[in-house]
Design a protein. Structure first.
Length: 226
């Protein structure tokens, strides 16, 4: 068996493909390419393949990662060539390499992610002042759905915002957000939008806002170095 890391981007209409459908897509691609994935043991075996972090529906992803294991050792360059040749439109495979993280998964090593939101805003805005006032609040309270109970609960998201800045140009507000991501602390950029836009007095329809995940940050940055 061998373990691999593959980096790819996800852009265009395929962004409206769900996380589960993306899993099925990659499974089919590997099968068509003749790459035999390794399977887990037990009553309900499944392919040893997972994304570093699920990407929300409608989001573009510039640096996305998938880890997987094969039943036999295959040269990463061969995997790259075969998968790239038949991959669906909108997904650009950047590279494939061996991955040596022991039993730790990419998901377990994810600590943050950088997002860019582009929001229609007709009037020029003083971005530096608005961000300063927003982050100077004692708490930033919003409702967050709990994973296990699925109930909405008030949470303070301020400690989970690592960095926030924005610029305004030609009727578009560009927000860049570095947020906690992963199993220990996880903040959706939607919650930042839901609290920041009303605070800034911006009335924008969510359907007009585009969101891009620019980068996933791991506790060990060396694992994604080529």
């Amino acid at each position: 068996m061998a373990k691999y890391l593959m980096e790819f981007s996800k852009r265009g209409t395929i962004c409206y493909t769900s996380h589960l459908d993306m899993m099925r897509l990659f499974q089919r691609i590997f099968k068509r390419a003749g790459i035999g994935l390794a399977f887990s043991q037990g009553f309900n075996p499944h392919p040893k393949m997972s994304f570093a972090q699920p990407l929300s529906l409608g989001y573009e992803g510039m640096e996305e990662f998938i880890e997987f294991e094969t039943a036999v050792d295959i040269n990463p360059d061969e995997i790259f060539a075969k998968v790239s040749a038949i991959m669906a439109d909108g997904i650009d495979i950047k590279y494939c390499k061996y991955l040596n993280t022991g039993s730790r998964t990419l998901s377990a090593m994810t600590v943050a992610a950088l997002y860019t939101a582009r929001v229609p805003a007709a009037e020029p805005l003083d971005g530096e002042m608005l961000v300063k006032e927003y982050l100077e609040q004692e708490k930033i309270i919003t409702l967050k759905r709990q994973k296990k109970k699925k109930e909405l609960k008030e949470v303070d998201i301020k400690p989970m915002i690592q960095r926030l800045n924005f610029s305004w140009s030609e009727g578009v507000l560009t927000m860049r957000m570095l947020l906690d991501q992963g199993s220990t602390s996880n903040l959706s950029p939607e919650l930042v939008l839901n609290t920041f836009l009303p605070f800034a007095g911006i009335d924008a329809d969510r359907s007009e806002i585009t969101m891009t995940r620019e980068k996933i940050i791991f506790s060990n940055p060396e694992i994604t170095e080529q």
